[in-house]
Design a protein around this ligand. Structure first.
Ligand SMILES: *[C@@H]1O[C@H](CO)[C@@H](O)[C@H](O)[C@H]1NC(C)=O
Ligand SMILES: *[C@@H]1O[C@H](CO)[C@@H](O)[C@H](O)[C@H]1NC(C)=O
Ligand SMILES: *[C@@H]1O[C@H](CO)[C@@H](O)[C@H](O)[C@H]1NC(C)=O
Ligand SMILES: *[C@@H]1O[C@H](CO)[C@@H](O)[C@H](O)[C@H]1NC(C)=O
Length: 362
């Protein structure tokens, strides 16, 4: 059954409050696999090997998760052969996943980095709630039809840090959820699909923090592992939105190969900054991404594929896997995952108040 059909079912939209949208989907979705697993932070650094290879420091700060093969100049090649450990639940996943950091700008103009929480617990695994500081990663394979896993050396970028306006239409590849209470309050509907998520940063206080979801394209040209803009070798389906609703959508003839739906989920713990008396006096949005954006429309994410052998293909070919475990795919404990790290290369203040965002002139 296709996600488009499923999400259209009134029964799913009206799922009992105790049942999450994921649980509803996993019960009804016999042939779709959704790997949903956390990766603890591997490093926070001002590096960007995709957009600014070799540059130390790069223009803005990122938070990186995944394998310890991450470095400033990993421009080509297979990171699964250079990494020796990973912060992700699946122990053969040496990929790197990274996004911008978020900062709070106080009324006096100083900035402080916003820490990250784990993610909502949907499948009783420790790779959601216990990944504080990390990223929750999804790989979804929507049957029927073949989903082709990424190839060694594959990389891509989604979003544009220079963007300050929303996409038109229903193209929600980047969205935010304002958690209305503690413990991920309000985590009830599929990401970027319904009316509760917004394409820009929420404008008011979010009592439980702010979640960011970023969805990558699901169609590939079948040839290029990368492209000069790191985007044109992949494409969104030619019909439907850029979100889970379009998983059954058709790929354009230029990009005919269906690849897994990759999505990142990051939860920012904005709760220490919920006192509006500390927000800028002019009423402007106090949360800024590390690249100097307080609209949220410039949110972007980077991916370097690094699964060993055919491990990801195994997952995509499996039926009905949901969460951080799947059949005989190799996994590890969260304690083990957290032992993996990369040393910081650009030494800058990360935790205390700062006068300006590192590298950003505003
Ligand atoms: C960075 O990673 C690449 C492979 O991804 C490797 O070839 C290179 O030696 C690494 N550089 C450093 C300085 O570790
Ligand atoms: C700016 O404001 C924050 C929070 O109100 C405070 O903690 C910080 O010390 C202030 N910084 C300066 C330079 O006054
Ligand atoms: C998950 O964490 C809990 C609490 O720390 C622990 O008791 C349990 O053994 C962990 N489960 C796994 C599979 O690591
Ligand atoms: C690995 O996955 C299997 C099931 O596929 C599960 O029984 C086991 O607890 C998992 N190991 C860890 C460390 O989470």
């Amino acid at each position: 059954m296709l996600w488009s059909t499923l999400l259209a079912l009134p029964a799913l939209a009206a799922a009992a409050p105790t049942e999450s949208w994921l649980e509803s989907v996993s019960k009804r979705q016999g042939s779709t696999t959704m790997l949903r697993f956390g990766c603890a932070q591997v490093v926070i650094d001002r590096l960007d090997p995709l957009v600014n290879p070799g540059l130390l420091p790069s223009p803005h700060t990122h938070q990186i998760v995944g394998g310890n093969g991450f470095n400033a100049s990993m421009t080509t090649g297979d990171v699964s052969t250079t990494a020796t450990c990973t912060t992700c639940a699946f122990s053969k996943d040496f990929s790197n996943y990274w996004t911008a950091n978020l900062y709070f700008k106080a009324r006096n103009g100083s900035y402080k980095r916003v820490k990250q929480l784990g993610a909502a617990n949907q499948f009783s695994d420790n790779f959601s709630t216990q990944i504080g500081g990390g990223v929750l990663v999804y790989y979804v394979s929507a049957q029927p039809g073949k989903i082709t896993a990424f190839k060694p050396g594959f990389r891509m970028l989604v979003g544009d840090p220079n963007k300050r306006t929303a996409d038109g239409g229903n193209k929600m590849q980047n969205c935010y959820r304002c958690y209305t209470g503690p413990n991920f309050g309000g985590d009830t509907a599929a990401p970027c699909a319904g009316s509760i998520d917004t394409p820009g940063l929420p404008k008011d206080v979010c009592k439980g923090g702010i979640r960011s979801n970023i969805l990558f394209p699901t169609c590939w040209d079948g040839v290029n592992l990368d492209s000069p803009d790191h985007k044109s070798h992949v494409a969104y389906p030619s019909t439907g939105a850029a979100n889970f609703l379009s998983l059954g959508g058709s790929c354009p003839s230029t990009h005919p190969v269906r690849i897994p739906q990759l999505m990142y989920e990051v939860v920012w713990d904005t709760t220490p900054f919920n006192n509006k008396a500390e927000w800028p006096a002019d009423g402007s949005q106090p949360f800024y991404f590390s690249y100097g954006d307080n609209t949220g429309f410039g949110q972007h994410a980077d991916y370097v594929f690094g699964w060993q052998g055919n491990e990801l293909q195994k997952g995509m070919d499996a039926s009905g896997c949901m969460g951080a475990k799947c059949k005989d795919m190799s996994n590890q404990s969260i304690d083990n995952a957290k032992k993996c790290s990369v040393s910081v290369k650009v030494h800058e203040e990360r935790d205390n108040w700062i006068d300006k965002l590192p590298g950003v002139e505003m």
